[in-house]
Ligand binder design. Structure first.
Ligand SMILES: NC(=O)c1ccc[n+]([C@@H]2O[C@H](COP(=O)([O-])OP(=O)(O)OC[C@H]3O[C@@H](n4cnc5c(N)ncnc54)[C@H](O)[C@@H]3O)[C@@H](O)[C@H]2O)c1
Length: 254
């Protein structure tokens, strides 16, 4: 029996990178998953490959900046799998490093729109369905940058710090209803987002610099994040954990 048997998860940003790792790990542990992403083709590719293995998976095109689109994703989850127990608010956008003098306010606004307001709206849209289920939980993919700042990533870092606040505040609000809210705080991963942090292109020298900055000397993989997400979403394993900021960071935040 899988560790997430009986759970039904909506995972945003699941067409790529960490989100893809999360839906693959969830499906392997018996959860039904809605692969939600603004990239419809990518979501279909991931869901199709999961269905081929016999997993319960379905794609859904969702924009986390649009509340109506999120409500439709929750209704789709209900219709496909008979409810929603687990929201993973993972969708996010990265940015290129820029000094404060060169950072446009529009860059900050875009980061906040997706990485903080988008997460807030995902939680808000999912809550009515989560309240109807048992063993409900929310997991937010934040970032190690919300724990230990880095220079020149003002929009990204500030928006992730806001998501960290939301995670803890919501954990307190929902605790009386036994709905757990936790956060994953990864360090740099070798996903498409790495190119943004590297200034626009994934080069060998950038990968080497990011890798050597991590104490364990390895980047974070989609599977690393997927396995941590399984643990925090499992009522049997993490039933006492809420408001937890779990670094998945090869030691970066020490
Ligand atoms: N890669 C890293 O180094 C790193 C480190 C720490 C945290 N994170 C966080 O992990 C999460 C996943 O990032 P990733 O590295 O897998 O990047 P990624 O670019 O591979 O995946 C992000 C996914 O989010 C989707 N997305 C973007 N905007 C969206 C929107 N408005 N609505 C719905 N979907 C949207 C994209 O289409 C993409 O599939 C993000 O929240 C990111 O900030 C990444």
């Amino acid at each position: 029996m899988g560790r997430l048997e009986g759970l039904t998860a909506l995972v945003t940003g699941a067409a790529s990178g960490f989100g893809e790792g999360i839906v693959r790990a969830f499906a392997a542990e018996g959860a039904a998953v809605v692969v939600a992403d603004i990239a419809a083709d990518g979501a279909k590719r991931v869901a199709d490959s999961l269905c081929e293995t016999g997993a319960k998976a379905a794609p859904f095109e969702t924009d986390v900046t649009d509340p109506a689109s999120l409500e439709a994703a929750v209704a789709f989850c209900d219709a496909q799998f008979g409810g929603l127990t687990t929201l993973v608010a993972n969708a996010g956008v990265g940015q290129r490093p820029l000094a404060v003098a060169d950072t446009e306010v529009e860059t900050l606004r875009r980061q906040f729109e997706v990485n903080s307001v988008g997460v807030f709206q995902s939680c808000k849209a999912a809550l009515p369905a989560l309240r109807r289920g048992t063993n409900a939980s929310i997991l937010i993919t934040v970032s190690g940058i919300a724990l230990v700042p880095r220079p020149q990533l003002y929009g990204y870092g500030m928006s992730k710090a806001a998501a960290a606040y939301l995670m803890k505040s919501l954990a307190l609000e929902l605790a009386p209803e036994k709905i757990r809210v936790n956060g994953l705080f990864p360090a740099v991963g070798d996903t498409p987002m790495l190119a943004e942090f590297a200034g626009g292109e994934r080069t060998d020298s950038a990968v080497e610099a990011f890798t050597s900055a991590l104490p364990l000397g390895r980047l974070i993989t989609a599977d690393d994040v997927g396995q941590a997400a399984v643990f925090l979403s499992s009522p049997a394993e993490a039933g006492a954990m809420t408001g937890c900021a779990l670094p998945v960071d090869a030691g970066r935040c020490l």
